[in-house]
Design a protein. Structure first.
Length: 311
C-alpha cells in the first residue's frame, strides 16, 4: 500500500474511521485502532477517528507489519482412540475445535496436525475433518476424521442423529424430576451475537436427562442430545431455571462457582457411541472428569454430607 494517498472522492464527508475501514478492507473497530495508534493519519492536520474527511485531504499510512505468531499447541490433549479413519481426543477446556476469527488459543485441529496426525482434506478450509464440535469452555470427547470415507459417513451419522453423545453436567439447584426431556427451539438471543435462547423462531432442539447424584444445591445429570444446537445444554437448563454451575453467561450464581473453584461451566462430553465408518462395528469411547470438574464435584459432595450429618 502507498504510504500517502489522496482521500477518495466517494469517501469525502465520511468519518475518518469509516473511510479507513473502506480503504483498508478492515473492520471499523480495527480501523479505529489504526487511527488511535497513529498508523493512519491525515497529512498536515490533527485528526481522530470521528474527524470528517475533507476534499484534498491526504491520508498517510504507516502500518506496522503484524507478525504471524504460530498457533499455541494443546500438549495436554489426550488421544483416546485412533485408527486409519478416525481420531478421538479428550479436549481440554480452553481449546477450540478449529481456528476462527478472533481466536488466538490452541485448537484441536491445529494440535493434531502439529503432532503429525493425518487429517482428511474433506470439509471447509481450516475445518477439514471436523464433523462435530465442542465449545471452547466445554471439555471432553471430540471425533475428527482422518479419511474421506470416515468424513462422509460420520457426517451422515451426526446429521441423522445416529451418534450417541453422552454429557455429564452439574446444574444449579435440585432438579424436580429424576428423568425428563426438554423440547424447546433455540435461536440467537437479540441481546448478543454470542448468546442463544429458547425462542419460537429458533431451530428444534431436544435434550434428555437422567439424574446421577443430588447435592441439594446442585444436581449431577447424564444428558443425551437428539439435536446438536449451539449451547443447547446450557440454554435448555437455563430455560428451566437450572443453569449449569459456573455458566455465568446463562445465569449461574458466580458465588457458588467461586466456592467450588470453577472458572467455567460444569459440562463434560463423557461418552461417544457410533458405528465405525469402515467396519460398521458399534464403537464405544469413554472419558473421565478433568481435575477442575472433579474438584468441584468433591466439594459439593462434602458440603452435602456435612449438611446431612447436621440435620
Amino acid at each position: 500500500m502507498m504510504p500517502i494517498v489522496p482521500a477518495p472522492d466517494a469517501l469525502i464527508g465520511k468519518r475518518f474511521d469509516v473511510a479507513v475501514a473502506k480503504m483498508t478492507g478492515e473492520s471499523r473497530s480495527k480501523a479505529s485502532d489504526l487511527i488511535t495508534s497513529g498508523q493512519v493519519k491525515l497529512l498536515g492536520r490533527s485528526c481522530d477517528r470521528s474527524t470528517t474527511l475533507l476534499a484534498g485531504d491526504m491520508v498517510e499510512f504507516d502500518l506496522v507489519k503484524e507478525e504471524n505468531k504460530p498457533e499455541p499447541i494443546a500438549d495436554d490433549m489426550a488421544i483416546v482412540y485412533e485408527d486409519d479413519d478416525v481420531v478421538i481426543v479428550d479436549k481440554p477446556v480452553g481449546v477450540a475445535a478449529h481456528a476462527s476469527v478472533g481466536w488466538t488459543g490452541p485448537t484441536v485441529l491445529g494440535s493434531l496436525l502439529h503432532r503429525g496426525v493425518h487429517i482428511t482434506d474433506y470439509g471447509a478450509a481450516g475445518r477439514q475433518g471436523i464433523v462435530s464440535r465442542l465449545d471452547v469452555g466445554t471439555s471432553g470427547l471430540m471425533l475428527v476424521c482422518k479419511s474421506e470415507l470416515a468424513y462422509k459417513e460420520m457426517r451422515r451419522q451426526f446429521s441423522e442423529h445416529e451418534v450417541v453423545k453422552t454429557y455429564h453436567a452439574v446444574t444449579q439447584g435440585d432438579l424436580a424430576q429424576d428423568k425428563a426431556t426438554i423440547e424447546a427451539p433455540i435461536g440467537r438471543a437479540k441481546v448478543s451475537d454470542f448468546r442463544f435462547t429458547v425462542t419460537p423462531s429458533g431451530k428444534a432442539a431436544v435434550t434428555h436427562w437422567d439424574v446421577l447424584e443430588r447435592f441439594g444445591e446442585a444436581t449431577l445429570a447424564k444428558i443425551n442430545l437428539e439435536t446438536g444446537r449451539t449451547h443447547q445444554i446450557r440454554v435448555h437448563f437455563s430455560s428451566i431455571g437450572h443453569p449449569l454451575v459456573g455458566d455465568h453467561m446463562y445465569g449461574a450464581n458466580p458465588k457458588l462457582a467461586e466456592e467450588l473453584g470453577l472458572e467455567r461451566q460444569w459440562l463434560h462430553a463423557m461418552e461417544l457411541d457410533f458405528r465405525h465408518p469402515r467396519t460398521r462395528i458399534w464403537t464405544h469411547v469413554a472419558s473421565h472428569y478433568p481435575a477442575d470438574l472433579q474438584h468441584a464435584l468433591d466439594v459439593l459432595r462434602t458440603r452435602h454430607e456435612d449438611r446431612t450429618d447436621q440435620s
